[in-house]
Write a protein that binds this ligand. Structure first.
Ligand SMILES: O=C(O)CCC(=O)C(=O)O
Length: 238
């Protein structure tokens, strides 16, 4: 269900953190009401493409800019992530110019204090992208590569429930929303390691785990991406 794949050394993670620092003027502040807490570098379907009327302006028109920045700075990272996914997914994987490259979530101290009891979700964001609507929904996967974690660590809460379970339980009237599982199914916890890629080989219910004892200089930085199969190859995107 969750596959962990060691990919980067600690010095490679540090080099990526330094690369992100150079890109700081391009970080997108994701909570202008409380600036300086949570950023992304790159646009993300779940944030920028979820509202159809705003999709062109917030997602599609910004892809070229962020993809160029990210690709210029982290070309080697994108290369090894793609090759690694090809091994595990047993198919060619492609980045495409018309979709956002996997990008970075950057959570700073104040935001980390708020990552408590988040609503669990499935990564269904390909449904917002017309290009991916004809892809195979059963093939959808997600991946997270932690780069920097808080002193006390970080990870993922997940449930042994996938999208087929959810569809069946909706049809049976057992649940109406995915988040309801949290009230009657126990969650599990996967501790992240910086540099170790976590692949959801099928879409499962999950959320970012809360961080206890957040320190003033703590950060949680991850590369986040998704993939879905189109014909014989996977499209990688965020
Ligand atoms: O950062 C993580 O650990 C996972 C993020 C997540 O749940 C998502 O982007 O869907």
């Amino acid at each position: 269900m969750l596959i962990t794949i060691p990919l980067l050394t600690s010095s490679e993670c540090l080099a990526i953190r330094n690369g992100l620092e150079l890109l700081q003027p391009h970080w997108i502040d994701r909570n202008p009401n409380a600036p300086g807490e949570v950023y992304t570098i790159g646009v993300a379907t779940y944030i920028d493409a979820s509202v159809e009327q705003e999709r062109a302006r917030n997602y599609f028109s910004r892809i070229a800019h962020y993809n160029e920045l990210l690709n210029n700075t982290f070309q080697h990272l994108y290369y090894i992530v793609r090759l690694t996914l090809e091994v595990y997914l047993k198919a060619e994987c492609r980045y495409v110019d018309t979709l956002a490259l996997p990008g970075f979530h950057i959570f700073l101290e104040r935001r980390l204090r708020m990552l408590r009891d988040l609503v669990p979700h499935f990564d269904h964001q390909y449904l917002y992208l017309p290009r991916l609507l004809n892809s195979d929904p059963q093939s959808a996967v997600s991946f997270t590569l932690p780069i920097v974690l808080p002193q006390v660590g970080g990870g993922l809460d997940y449930w042994d429930v996938d999208t087929s379970d959810f569809e069946r339980d909706i049809a049976l009237g057992k649940v109406q929303a995915a988040a309801e599982y949290a009230s009657f199914r126990p969650s599990r916890f996967l501790a992240y390691e910086p540099g170790t890629l976590v692949l959801q080989e099928r879409l499962i219910l999950h959320r970012i785990a809360s961080t206890d004892a957040v320190g003033a200089s703590d950060e949680r930085i991850t590369l986040q991406g998704h993939a879905v199969k189109e014909a014989d190859h996977y499209i990688l995107y965020w």
